[in-house]
Design a protein around this ligand. Structure first.
Ligand code: AKG
Length: 451
């Protein structure tokens, strides 16, 4: 690409300046004998890696923008637990698992009516974000309000009738617009809901559930999300490279994922001094590129007209030669886009930056997990977090580190199973019980219990 283009040169200079500043902070922390120096040094290392990788791209004459890919959909009845773990988790390949919809809640086919949520959770207090505040990479107390989950539902559900486009005049002025119950830990905050949801069996081998000691993340997942239309998350990377899954119960979320190695192309900002960087807002970056492409297409059409009406025979691939003047490296990042609909379950590989736009009222539950694919990364980051934040975080590291996750002990279920046998009760996910089940050990939740 064009390293000397002003926008590219400016981005490389910004990344270098941030890396220089983080290295200065690391030297200071080392000199002061600060316990957190290892953490600060790691942040500096990541900031320098981003700057170096961006420069390598910018000076590579053969680099070309990469088109966004769809995320493959696989029906659960054709995806064994072992194949999922080998072909998707181990290879860092995102996938949408279909066919589990009727089994995700105690309400079966009617889960999207959210009766299960109202019956078991309506009178529970939750902290709801307002003003679409998750789009920012930081949150303040002022951005949240405490209310009953039932009140939140009563405010957001009517927003689908009709679901206004974001640019409609009334959008934003209705009660509930912009509100989001985000990542609310059910075991800690909404335990009464736990019997009503089912954990997809693809994730029950989670090492976080298989420790001797409890730790900071024993009771974090599944977590609940209930969103008003057009709320968005920030573009972010989950802590300690946690693998992530999300089960959609109602509505559609537009997901965008990027490859972890391409973080440097997303205008990352390590200036905040955390292991994972902040990023600009995704919709702002996308809008800049869309308008740049429109400008270029218009300019190209005008040039073609000038050439005595001669029509071009090759499509313009202007991004190859003339980078966008903001976030110029973005088109070079490997990207996946998918609209995740009701009943679908998404797997996001650890370390992949991701961002969400709720297209309508959505309800979903989700979790992070650790297994052989990300254990070493997670332990490394948890140890660094322990150095920075103290004993409680270090105990979490130690609780996971003391267990020898012997590959010989892992159960690999190679058989394809019926959908009903591919979800488990929370009580069987807790403590990793269901992770030890073989193909014949679980017949699914009996109908009288499930409906
Ligand atoms: O559904 C969302 O808004 C985003 C969820 C997410 O990215 C996360 O919990 O890490």
């Amino acid at each position: 690409m064009c390293a000397d283009h002003p926008a590219v040169a400016a981005e490389l200079a910004r990344l270098d300046a941030v890396a220089d500043a983080r290295e200065a902070a690391a030297a200071e922390a080392r000199d002061a004998g600060d316990d957190a120096a290892v953490y600060v040094e790691e942040v500096a290392g990541r900031a320098r890696w981003a700057a170096d990788r961006a420069r390598a791209l910018a000076t590579d004459a053969s680099a070309r923008p990469v088109p966004a890919k769809p995320i493959p959909r696989v029906h659960c009845s054709r995806l064994s637990l072992a194949t999922f773990r080998r072909e998707y988790v181990a290879r860092k390949e995102p996938v949408v698992i279909c066919g589990l919809g009727p089994h995700l809640t105690e309400d079966g086919e009617r889960g999207d009516g959210l009766g299960w949520l109202t019956r078991h959770g309506a009178n529970k207090k939750v902290a709801v974000t307002r003003d679409n505040a998750h789009v920012n990479s930081t949150l303040a107390c002022a951005d949240t309000e405490i209310l009953d989950l039932g009140e939140h539902l009563a405010r957001v559900l009517p927003l689908d009738a009709p679901n206004l486009p974001e640019d409609a005049q009334e959008f934003g002025s209705r009660d509930g617009d912009g509100t989001y119950l985000y990542d609310c830990a059910m075991p800690l905050k909404l335990p009464s809901l736990l019997n009503a949801v089912r954990v997809p069996r693809y994730f029950v081998h989670d090492f976080l559930q298989r420790t001797r000691d409890v730790h900071a993340f024993t009771a974090s997942w599944p977590s609940l999300f209930v969103a008003a239309p057009h709320t968005k998350s920030s573009l972010h990377v989950d802590q300690w490279r946690g693998n992530f899954w999300m089960a959609m119960v109602r509505g559609t979320k537009r997901w965008t994922l990027f490859h972890d190695e391409d973080v440097p192309y997303l205008s990352p900002d390590y200036g905040r001094g955390t292991l994972d960087p902040a990023f600009p807002r995704m919709h702002v970056m996308d809008a800049a590129h869309a308008s740049w492409r429109r400008r270029n297409a218009n300019a190209a059409a005008a040039a073609d007209d000038d050439e005595n009406g001669k029509k071009e025979t090759q499509p313009h691939s202007a991004e190859d030669t003339e980078p966008c003047d903001s976030h110029p490296l973005l088109p070079y990042a490997r990207r996946w886009d998918v609209d995740l609909g009701p009943g679908e379950v998404l797997f996001v590989p650890g370390g992949f930056p991701h961002v969400v736009h709720n297209l309508d009222v959505t309800c979903s539950f989700a979790g992070n997990f650790i297994d052989e694919s990300n254990l070493d990364f997670a332990l490394r980051d948890l140890k660094l977090l322990g150095a920075k934040y103290g004993t409680q975080m270090m105990r979490t590291h130690d609780a996971i580190d003391e267990v020898w996750f012997d590959p010989e002990d892992e159960v690999w279920v190679e058989e394809c199973l019926e959908p009903r046998r591919l979800v488990v009760r929370y009580e069987d996910y807790l403590g990793g019980r269901a992770g030890r089940w073989g193909a014949a050990d679980w017949d699914g939740i009996p109908d009288e219990e499930g409906r």
